[in-house]
Ligand binder design. Structure first.
Ligand code: GDP
Ligand code: MG
Length: 447
């Protein structure tokens, strides 16, 4: 990613044309983007990141028109608990000047009377920012392609979970990020620029990203959403799906698609949400799910089922699923097994073509951070100890493990629950710090 220029003062930051110049956005090239109105197939998955209440969900709504709460409890408490799915369709109004000509499914109106042309779609995975939910963020980060880091302009930067989420993006190997500097209407121009400098400082000095594109926005007042769309088109380039090889689907969520009170004869099978890491799946395919159903004795029973339908995160039906898109797969599974994320953290693919189910793993090439990145105060991060319980995020799987032995670089770990994930998958390690799990390091899965 080439580094954009930075604004030298608040005037530059608040001038749309200058901002576009600084970001290096080539607006002319956007007009020639291919039209693809029929398929609604995402070109990549954007994951939100950032401290609680900085506006991740509101910004997702400003982009897509849908507040990503999946749960009545979430709406009630105003925080995201689970992974929220949204679908972003980007359109261009042919007769309007750029960047105003860029609109999305949140607001499909052109200023002139022209009809918007569909340019591209993305999946958005909205992460919870609350400090106790870092493992949910890490599970989501294992299937995303780009990070949209939301930082509120009315708080000092970085707040603890801004730092922790950005570290999580780095650990998960996410290369492309955009920062939305949010809530800009709440601060003075001078405060806005001060905060902008703090953001630059943080990324330059504490991360491997260098200076990312930073776009001042107001998610609530829908300010600069067009500039953000331009940046998304420019910096979040379509991903090339790896179609060869056995399909490998990471289950991020699972649910019972039947409304309460549906009579048994009308009930449909359980649904899986997530993304393919490679290969393709089609309606009618037989699939295996591992580790599958976990018995009371902690034994796993892999499940076999059939795909009855495939949907995008926007509800569009597909006959084939490919990587870099959030999808929902309807199956013939008992919805009692899939309800309430019962199968989140599983993998699905062709029967007998999936990684083995293991309970003991080796985490290799461990890198522990010098400090606890998500803590509110500076805290040392000592090496892993024999007997210590850690939380492992491997792919979409969250698991507790006991350290059997560790020499600093490698650790033998006995898992609390069976796991099926491919070797060499990234293992994010969290440990208990003041009664909450904090991200403290990472390594590579082996068994
Ligand atoms: P999240 O925890 O990062 O997902 O944050 P939310 O999107 O739930 O927003 C947290 C609070 O900030 C809510 O009350 C929002 O209405 C508010 N909020 C979000 N964006 C803006 C903004 O641009 N301006 C203002 N004033 N409030 C905002
Ligand atoms: Mg939220």
């Amino acid at each position: 990613m080439t580094e954009p220029d930075v604004a030298r003062n608040e005037k530059e930051l608040l001038n749309k044309e200058r901002l576009l110049e600084l970001l290096g956005l080539e607006l002319d090239s956007l007009e020639n983007l291919p039209e693809n109105p029929e398929e609604h197939r995402s070109v990549g998955i954007i994951g939100t990141a950032g401290h609680v209440d900085h506006g991740k969900s509101t910004l997702t709504e400003a982009l897509t028109g849908k507040f990503p709460a999946t749960h009545s409890k979430e709406l009630l408490q105003g925080i995201t608990i689970k992974l929220g799915y949204s679908h972003l369709d980007v359109y261009l109004c042919p007769d309007d000047p750029l960047p105003q000509a860029l609109v999305s499914n949140a607001n499909l109106k052109c200023k002139k009377s022209s009809k918007p042309k569909h340019l591209r779609c993305y999946s958005i995975l909205d992460h919870p920012g609350h400090e106790i939910l870092i493992s949910t963020m890490l599970a989501g980060a294992s299937i995303i392609d780009y990070g949209l880091v939301v930082i509120a302009a009315n708080e000092p930067c970085p707040m603890p979970q801004t730092r922790e989420h950005v570290t999580a993006l780095e650990v998960m190997g996410i290369k492309d990020i955009i920062v939305a500097q949010n809530k800009i209407e709440l601060v003075s121009k001078e405060q806005l620029f001060e905060n902008y400098k703090q953001i630059i400082n943080f990324f330059e000095n504490e991360t491997s990203y260098g200076i990312p594109p930073i776009i001042p926005v107001s998610a609530a007042l829908r300010i600069n959403i067009d500039v953000l769309l331009a940046a998304i088109l420019e910096y979040f380039k379509p991903k090339q799906p790896e179609l060869s090889g056995d399909p490998l689907f990471y289950v991020a969520r699972s649910f019972d698609p039947n409304l309460p009170g549906t009579p048994p004869e009308k009930m449909i099978g359980g649904a899986l949400g997530g993304a393919l890491k490679r290969g393709e799946l089609r309606v009618g395919d037989e699939i295996e799910i591992r580790p599958g159903y976990i018995t009371e004795k902690n034994e796993s029973i892999p499940l076999i089922s059939e795909i009855t339908s495939i949907q995008t995160d926007g509800g569009h039906k597909l006959d084939r699923a490919i990587p870099h898109a959030l999808i929902g797969i309807a199956t013939k599974l008992d919805p009692g097994i899939t309800k309430a994320d019962g199968l989140a953290g599983n993998i699905a693919g062709k029967p007998d073509r999936l990684p083995p189910i293991v309970k003991k793993v080796t985490i290799k090439k461990i890198k522990m951070f010098p400090k606890i990145v998500g803590a509110k105060v500076d805290m040392r991060n000592p090496p892993l100890k024999k007997g210590e319980q850690v939380l492992l995020n491997i792919g979409t799987n969250k698991n507790l493990g006991i350290i059997e032995s560790s020499d600093g670089e490698e650790a033998e770990i006995t898992l609390l629950r069976p796991l099926a994930m491919p070797k060499n998958e990234i293992a994010a390690i969290s440990r208990l710090v003041e009664r909450e799990y904090r991200l403290v390091g990472y390594g590579i899965l082996d068994y």
